[in-house]
Design a protein around this ligand. Structure first.
Ligand code: SF4
Ligand code: SF4
Length: 193
């Protein structure tokens, strides 16, 4: 054992091993890039900082429902909304604290209106921590969902056993299939009377 240790100390095995690794890597293609002259290719599904999605006409789809705010595990989203007497909402602040964001994408997944996305810009470092908190929307009207078109409901006319009247009513919580079925039943009843 003593002999082996002495031999090992004398014979530069480690040097030859490291030289072998160096020569092997000498002929391999480089895996590093000359940043910032060369930019890395970011995969399509890579997740970076949170961004608001804008349509071509510059409108966003955030209704200020605050679901993303409730779902963020790190409590990084803070949405300040003002509701006017006519029930229209204004987003005063849509605060995003990027410094603590782990880019999990949960807020994007839970958004029912597809209003936010994980961006692709990966140069996010700042020496000033104040710049890691900012508003994605400020003093902006919240997106108003278009109301479904009123559906036609067939109702028997008052005082008449055969005549029916077609009226339009605003869509109710009843589904459209259920609404059609109700209309058919009402029509049958009118015919039987
Ligand atoms: S981003 Fe989506 S989930 Fe968050 S408040 Fe806006 S609409 Fe609601
Ligand atoms: S990506 Fe995750 S951690 Fe970042 S704001 Fe959204 S839910 Fe929060």
């Amino acid at each position: 054992m003593r002999m082996f240790n002495e031999k090992k100390r004398w014979f530069p095995v480690g040097l030859f091993l490291s030289m072998r690794i160096a020569f092997k890597n000498l002929f391999r293609p480089a895996i590093t890039i000359r940043y910032p002259h060369v930019r890395a290719h970011i995969p399509e599904r890579a997740r970076w900082a949170l961004e608001i999605k804008y349509a071509k006409d510059g409108t966003h789809r955030c209704t200020a429902c605050k679901i993303c705010e409730k779902e963020c595990p790190n409590y990084l989203i803070d949405i300040d909304v003002e509701t006017s007497p006519d029930r229209s909402k204004t987003i005063k602040h849509w605060l995003y604290r990027r410094g603590g964001c782990m880019m999990c994408g949960l807020c994007v997944e839970v958004c029912p209106f597809d209003a936010i996305k994980m961006g692709h810009s990966y140069e996010l470092a700042h020496s000033n921590p104040d710049l890691l908190e900012y508003d994605l929307l400020t003093d902006t009207p919240a997106y108003k969902r278009p109301r479904p078109a009123p559906r036609a409901v067939v109702k028997p006319e008052a005082g008449s056993s055969t005549k029916t009247a077609v009226t339009t009513e605003p869509a109710s919580p009843v589904s459209s299939e259920a609404g059609v079925a109700i209309g058919q039943v009402q029509q049958k009843e009118a015919g039987n009377a």
